[in-house]
Design a protein around this ligand. Structure first.
Ligand code: ADP
Ligand code: MG
Length: 437
């Protein structure tokens, strides 16, 4: 490619001669990223396609500019730009040299390499540039295993990671112009919050889906892209229909127990293939699998798993109708929030619990060696029979773990119930999502 051509492509993705759209600031991510950058490590951003990685990079670039970095000291390269042909380290070096020649930055530049996995053997270039202390480097990719291939050992100990997810409920309210100042505000704006929660669950929280009207169309497009680009193409899947059927199966079964063997019979795909595809799904962030609590690792691995989706909007658009399954969607939302907590405290692990009498508790939170909390999700707390079943299971598990308190998350029911020496707290989902424990 000639130099002018390269600069022309780059200029479209940079702040050099114009302002780029940066959308709504996601402060918690921006701040974390800025802190990571200060360490001088390579910063690695991963997360599902369309969760907002590129926008986050722009927002960080913009913050840097606002804090005094010259706009020419920032280089953003978008490797998804189809005008770049043959993505390899040669191109990377070429781009870098053209950039230096045009701008001759006085200080160490910030280089954002967006969707880097598209570039063959990129790790070598990144390592060398980092070792020579030539630039601050931020890379992104849509796969959790961005850095797990053999070549990536080149970067061991040189990087810090950040995962970007679709919006949390707090961010969602912010994107909908609902700003909460204090707890009183929370009470005053209850009706509005509850209305928004319904939409949050139904359509999920991909930023673009939240901000636009054609929600279902966008979700369908995302789903096709994740399947075709992040899975079928990336892993060179030879049976794309099998993979699609499995994805659809999981979407219609969110918050349910699944075993690879039972799916094998149902979908006519071998259990090995199902297991392999399921790891791909996890790496592309679209599904997560929750293990059963047990002190024995082997039993954890052998037991059925619960499946959850990255975004309840996807499940409600492709899997089933929201109205038929709001309880399942709600449990999925609780899972997503707990997973966010896990990122903040690496000691925290979550499981579900089930005993031999088929009593179940939705979430067991274990911190280090100790079980700290049990959470039951019960959409329909006004249904006495369902409620009692949930409570009985909860109490059984509380006894087993020596806990005196249990939590039931409900649609809209607040209460505290004493059973012998134990306390069961009922808390509406919106309140739980917005409490910062
Ligand atoms: N912070 C944000 N504010 C407004 N819109 C956003 C924001 N983040 C993402 N979007 C919207 O979502 C789309 C996908 O985000 P993007 O950053 O391109 O995702 P990714 O790079 O993870 O695939 C964007 O084109 C934009 O429409
Ligand atoms: Mg992107």
């Amino acid at each position: 490619m000639n130099k002018n051509e390269v600069i022309k492509i780059l200029a479209d993705w940079n702040f050099w001669d114009k302002d780029l759209e940066t959308g709504i600031d996601r402060d918690s991510y921006i701040n974390r990223l800025i802190n990571l950058l200060a360490t001088e490590f390579i910063v690695v951003i991963t997360g599902a396609r369309r969760s907002g990685k590129s926008f986050l990079m722009r927002q960080v670039a913009k913050r840097l500019i606002n804090s005094g970095v010259h706009k020419n000291e920032i280089l953003i390269i978008n490797f998804e730009d189809p005008r770049f042909t043959k993505l390899d380290t040669k191109l990377l070096q070429e781009i870098y040299e053209v950039y230096l020649e045009f701008f001759n930055p006085k200080r160490k530049p910030y280089i954002f390499l967006d969707e880097i996995q598209e570039v063959e053997a990129w790790e070598k270039w990144v390592r060398t540039t980092r070792e020579l202390q030539k630039a601050h480097i931020i890379i992104s990719g849509s796969n959790a295993k961005l850095l797990s291939r053999e070549l990536s050992s080149l970067l061991t100990g040189m990087h810090l990671d950040l995962t970007v997810y679709p919006l949390s409920f707090e961010e969602y309210l912010f994107f909908n112009n609902l700003r909460l100042k204090d707890n009183l505000d929370l009470i005053n704006k209850q009706t509005e919050i509850k209305g928004l929660l319904r939409k949050y669950i139904e359509f999920g929280s991909f930023p673009e889906v939240v901000l636009r009207e054609e929600k279902k169309d966008i979700l369908l497009r995302y789903y096709e892209d994740i399947l075709n680009k992040d899975l079928i193409k990336r892993f060179r899947i030879r049976k794309p229909d099998a993979l699609k059927n499995l994805a659809k199966y999981y979407l219609t079964n969110i918050s349910n127990l699944v075993t690879f063997n039972s799916i094998e019979r149902y979908l006519d795909i071998s259990a090995d293939t199902i297991e392999k595809f399921s790891t791909y799904f996890e790496d592309a962030y679209i599904f997560s699998f929750l293990k059963r609590f047990s002190f024995k690792i082997k039993e954890q691995d052998k037991s059925p798993k619960k499946v959850y989706c990255l975004d309840t909007g996807l499940a409600n658009t492709i899997g089933f109708r929201f109205s038929e399954n709001s309880g399942k969607s709600m449990e999925n939302i609780v899972f997503l929030k707990l997973r966010g907590e896990m990122l903040k405290s690496p000691q925290l692990k979550i499981f579900y619990w089930k005993d031999q009498h088929h009593r179940e508790v939705d979430f067991v939170l274990k911190e280090g060696l100790k079980v700290e909390q049990l959470i039951q999700v019960c959409w329909n707390a006004s249904d006495e029979k369902a409620k009692n079943r949930e409570i009985r299971a909860l109490i059984k598990a509380m006894n087993e773990f020596g806990l005196n308190e249990g939590l039931v998350i409900t649609e809209d029911y607040t209460f505290e119930e004493k059973v012998d020496d134990k306390t069961i707290k009922f808390l509406p989902l919106w309140q739980w999502l917005l409490s910062n424990e």
